[in-house]
Write a protein that binds this ligand. Structure first.
Ligand code: ADP
Ligand code: MG
Length: 252
């Protein structure tokens, strides 16, 4: 479904992502882990097209998308949670999701459309808000939502766009503990559909362990481990990447 080959970006002399080759398959959830600054977000930016690669390729369903701009990649099925700044802060949560439903269904805004069709779009949008436990805030102006609710809204919009590939970069970061389960449940539900390709950057190891089929470890921009969670979590390379100097000092 999605593949990177030798994917690299240099900022000045520093390779933030360094020759990463990896393939991601439908029906699987791959956790991407690594210490802060490892290059996880930059890797996502290279895949979704927010950054242009210095070297290497990105392929989606066999098609080379390396030279395509981010919106085109999104049209082809790459889904990344939007930042709220890219949305319409003065519209309600429901209106923002409804616009995404409408964009996905390819219908242009038709002021003469029948009320029933309008209602259909609204119902679909409401279902996505329910899926992320945000139905009770449907009528709230997006800009006024609490941080956790804004992150949920991003996920609802992503659901509405129905991508083939879902990319989540620390989806629960900064959320209160009460909000976390709704977001994890919706990711688990996407996985349960069995046809979507999911990439998840996540620090919480219990979450990684319970949701992922596979763990890829980035360290200093390089892919240093790739395998089943049980193997990777206990591997020396992960211990070293996470513990660094602490592990060395243990030895002496
Ligand atoms: N636009 C940029 N310009 C310069 N350096 C960047 C830029 N984006 C990321 N970096 C650098 O790339 C490295 C990886 O960052 P990042 O991908 O955000 O790591 P992670 O998400 O794993 O914490 C860091 O050293 C960071 O400072
Ligand atoms: Mg990051």
């Amino acid at each position: 479904m999605l593949e990177t080959e030798g994917l690299t970006i240099r900022f000045g002399g520093h390779a933030a992502v360094d020759g990463v080759s990896c393939a991601f398959h439908p029906g699987t959830l791959t956790a991407i882990v690594g210490p802060n600054g490892a290059g996880k977000t930059t890797y996502f930016n290279l895949i979704s097209g927010q950054l242009a690669a210095t070297a290497g390729r990105v392929r989606l369903k066999g098609r080379d998308i390396t030279a395509l701009a981010a919106p085109r990649r999104a049209q082809l099925g790459l889904g990344r949670a939007f930042q709220l700044t890219n949305l319409f802060p003065n519209l309600t949560a429901l209106e923002n999701v409804r616009l995404a439903v409408q964009a996905r269904s390819g219908r242009t805004l038709d002021l003469l459309s029948r009320a029933a069709r309008h209602q259909d779009l609204t119902d679909q949008a409401m279902a996505h808000l329910k899926a992320v436990a945000l139905a009770d805030r449907a009528g709230a102006i997006s800009a006024t939502l609490a941080h956790g609710d804004q992150r949920k809204l991003e996920v609802a919009i992503l659901l509405a766009l129905e991508p083939d590939v879902f990319m989540f970069d620390e989806p629960t970061a900064g959320m209160s503990v009460d909000d976390v389960p709704a977001v994890l449940d919706v990711i688990a539900a996407i996985k349960a559909r069995g046809d979507k390709t999911i990439l998840l950057v996540e620090h919480k190891m219990d979450v990684v362990r319970s949701l992922s089929d596979r763990i890829v470890v980035l360290h200093h921009g390089r892919l240093v481990a790739d395998g089943p969670p049980a193997e990777v979590i206990h591997s020396d390379v992960v211990r070293e990447a996470y513990l660094g100097g602490a592990a060395e000092s243990d030895h002496g």
